[in-house]
Ligand binder design. Structure first.
Ligand SMILES: Nc1nc2c(ncn2[C@@H]2O[C@H](COP(=O)(O)OP(=O)(O)OP(=O)(O)O)[C@@H](O)[C@H]2O)c(=O)[nH]1
Ligand SMILES: [Mg+2]
Length: 302
């Protein structure tokens, strides 16, 4: 019997539920999720098996109109993910319908979708009534030739098995690309940094999550089987540092605890996590920060 394997890019506006879907497909939390937009910053791969098919899901940053250098690098990574994939799944939110952002993505797809199968996944169906959903399916299919339309709830799992089965038949014949038991291919140090960034994003308000980044500086395996992980949180201003630390250090303590707990569960062993906050006004313009995030830094792109 022949095997199949291929890449499936999940694209859509920020907050559409791409990372939630990736985690659901893989069956583990590989990509971080928050209720805020622009959570995912780089391409994140998660591997799912379905019968004889290996589906490599590529979670991408949301597509929006970029302003800053970081935004542009994120959007470029997302379109790059789509153009490298065998199949593209466009996620839209059932309750928001065809937004301006969705219109712009459809324009982009007219180009990037050429010669590629593109499926539509209407997500968050738990938030709308059936008649509205059917009208949306029709409207979207008038705008673009989707190979198939799925109505799903990534959070609750509705429709996700159907989508996975369909994708398993869509990826090309060929040998598997990863060992059967591998679920992600992001370096552990990056997954660990992402977990801390998620906890920070959940606790910090307004613009602050967009003005910080987290890096794992050091990872030490200890003789007793535990891991010591040192991370740096880069912020842009002194005032931000104070907010991240919180009154009497309460915020950073809570973040550290939540991140450590999740890392402990993920790694299946004890974790000692040390967080440090550094003020770095120009981090958004530093090449090294981008490579740590898994993004491309293009000169003259400022
Ligand atoms: N009600 C409902 N909420 C959902 C569903 N799927 C995802 N969400 C929520 O939508 C929010 C955004 O989810 P993410 O998975 O982070 O979205 P994303 O598309 O990866 O967002 P970016 O990384 O910012 O581009 C989170 O609060 C999720 O819990 C769903 O099926 N139903
Ligand atoms: Mg995401």
């Amino acid at each position: 019997m022949s095997t199949r394997a291929g890449f499936v890019a999940l694209i859509g506006e920020p907050n559409a539920g791409k990372s939630t879907l990736l985690n659901r497909m893989v069956g583990a939390k590989v990509s971080i999720v928050t209720h805020k937009v622009q959570t995912t910053r780089a391409r994140i791969r998660g591997v799912a098996m379905e019968g004889d098919s290996q589906i490599v899901f590529v979670d991408t940053p949301g597509l929006f109109q970029p302003r800053r250098r970081l935004d542009r690098a994120m959007v470029a990574a997302a379109w790059g993910g789509a153009s490298d994939a065998d199949v593209i799944v466009l996620l839209i939110e059932a309750h928001r319908g065809v937004t301006e952002g969705v219109e712009r993505i459809l324009e982009g797809l007219a180009d990037v979708g050429q010669g590629r199968r593109v499926a539509l996944a209407i997500n968050k169906i738990d938030r709308v009534e059936a008649p509205r959903l059917l009208a949306l399916v029709q409207k979207m299919n008038e705008r673009f030739t989707f190979a198939e339309t799925f109505m799903i709830s990534a959070e609750r799992g509705h429709g996700c098995d159907d989508l996975r089965r369909w994708l398993a038949a869509e990826v090309p014949e060929g040998p598997w690309l990863y060992p059967e038991d591998q679920i992600a291919d992001l370096p552990m140090r990056m997954i660990a940094a992402e977990m801390t960034r998620e906890k920070l994003t959940l606790r910090l308000h307004q613009e602050l999550p967009y003005q910080m980044t987290v890096e794992t500086e050091n990872w030490e395996e200890r003789k007793d089987g535990s891991a010591r992980i040192d991370q740096v949180i880069y912020v842009m201003r002194d005032g931000h540092k104070g907010i991240v630390l919180g009154h009497k250090g309460e915020t950073i303590k809570a973040v550290s605890k939540a991140s450590r707990e999740e890392l402990t569960e993920f790694l299946g062993r004890r974790v000692h996590l040390f967080l440090q906050v550094k003020v770095r006004p120009g981090w958004l313009e530093e090449k090294e920060r981008y490579s740590e995030m898994g993004l491309e830094f293009r000169d003259g792109d400022g």
